[in-house]
Design a protein around this ligand. Sequence first.
Ligand code: DGJ
Length: 735
Amino acid sequence: MRLTKLLFTLGALTWAFSFSFAQKVTIPVTTKNLALVLQAEKKGEQLKIIHLGAALNNPSEYEISGTVYTLQAEGASSNTNAFAVAGINNNFTEPAMAVVHADGNNSVDLRYENHVVSASSDGATLHQITLKDPAYPFFVDLFFKTWKENDVIEQWSVIRHSEKGAVTLNKYASANLYFFNRDYYLTSYNGSWAREMQPAQTQLRQGMHTIQSRLGTRENLHTSPNFMLSLDAPATENSGTVMIGQIAWNGNFSIQFETDVYKNLHLVAGINPYQSAYNLKPGVDFETPRFIYTLSFEGTGKGSRNLQNWMRQNNLLDGEGSRLTLLNNWEATYFNFNQEELVSLFKGANALGVDMFLLDDGWFANKYPRDHDRAGLGDWEANQKKLPDGIPYLVKEAGKQGIKFGIWIEPEMVNPKSVLYEKHPDWVIREENRPEIYFRNQLVLDLTNPEVQNFVYGIVDNLFTENPELAFIKWDCNAPIFNGHSKYLEKNNLPQSHLYVEYTRGFEKVLKRIREKYPTVPMMLCSGGGGRTDFSLFRYFTEFWLSDNTDPLERVFIQWNFSYYYPAITMCNHVTNWSNKPLKYRIDVASMGKLGFDIKVGELNDKDLNFCKSAVANYNQFKDIVWHGDLFRLVSPYDDDFASLLFVNPGKTEGVMFNYLTNWRYLPETTIRPVRLQGLDPDKKYRIAEINLYENQRSPVDATRVYTGDFLMKVGINPNVNLSRPSVVLKIEAE
Ligand code: DGJ
């Protein structure tokens, strides 16, 4: 009897032991509302994605979340691999990783090794999951950095090995994901100069859909690295499940969406492997860029606020700080100016009440003066004819007008007609045995070369050394990489296929150096319009130029689309004479971000000048709400004859609402019904007053009336946008 009992106890212990030993490894990567769950049978087995969607209330149920799906066909279980590989025959899907090992074997297998979860010093949580090839000392670390409150995940991989020689990486993705939904609607963006961020929605049904760039430098001129992926049904502003994300790589990128026969979706994102096989030496880590995304279960509005908050709080230089309003001279003068004329423009900046004057292109080069865009780029000394007293004089004169001074540079580029090109043809990316191809008459400097990195760094450093009071840099970049060949890589016996990757890394090295020495000076990212924006660059830049298209009607759409990814504090909007839309309309649209002007203020009549001054004063009153508040897109210009957007401060005590006519038709359908507000406190009482009005202009909006937040969100307010009132700005204040 005793013996039986003993045997039973032993048996039970053994079972318990083997059960816990055989227990699967389940790794929930979670934020407040979203969960990505990975699982391996045990160490040495493949790691799978078993859930990607809403976070569960009971975390112990993550372990079983994969059991409810069946992928019945032979081999199909490999579709869910956490990092799909090329070359072993049990993977049928697009690989995230393809390599040739040091011994020439071109297969890779990745098995779960271990994982570590740690708190990162910036408040995020970091998961590191190590995968290993069972046949080689070859490792991939999958990293997931989770921002709980923002519902944002940053995902990337680090590749390393200790093989006997270099391993060739033919594909080296940052992220591999798998969705178990049924229907997928992808919003991606094409573009070109002055037509940035043109959205298109595609239903993904079967096969592969890729968004990618092969331009090298200004990576998102034609395709944006941003996307929205609606799951199950197209998300709206306030409903539906949607992933909003980006691959944060200022270079060639690729995001692949592969829909399988189960209507599951496999996503692979990273550096574009196009012409970029990378030889990785033993003992060196290859860190891939971050794939950054949020998942919203309440539509695109919530998702975009997640990203905007995450960015301001965690990924934007001086994200919670302030910005400078400015007067720029690009469209006002183009290349035709001199010292006296600039000083007279400073007076205009002072009259408007903006903080700074920004001197644009055309101020430099002597042997080949920069009087047009065909010469001088690369020769960064002030043009003596236009500016005999140099930049220091201008900084001083601006100071006398009570304004700061900023300057434009395009340091990565060169005109063949320049002293720089004559002296250093080896610094230029070009194929010696082929005709040169120009984009805006320029070529790209070879930032893989440390000497070129020093040169580019030196342009910024010299400007600050000569002008310690310099307040702002606008950093332009117009040409993509054509004929990609690096003399530096050639001389150092490095493969040309490293060019695209090392260019981007070289650029980042320069930016890091600049920020070490000049940590706070605001810098605008510009790229012949808005051809270069991604989260990786906002660690160095405070703001960006969205487009050279400053027609305010076009800007309503361009700003609308960028706003899903970037907060208004980053968006530089200038009032120009590009279009004949009313001055008020132009100012109202530009006020929905970081306000600037690019006009000759002296040419304004008194009425318009006074209007501008009062609009700048109003802007100074509400800019904090726009820069740091929550954005609610109330009426889409894609659905209606007008657009309506509201910014609300975090305390819900103040808001500013922008309304723009977008369709100049007879009796547009703009005033038929009110616009329902969002983001207010239902129990608070608010007054609404129209601002940015010309002197003596009457508003139909009754500023004495008091509304509850409840009323404004359920019934709404009518901004009365019509042909004679094409833009309306309303200031909302709690009592
Ligand atoms: C392109 C930029 O987008 C413009 O704002 C202006 O700076 C020009 N370059 C100058 O050449």
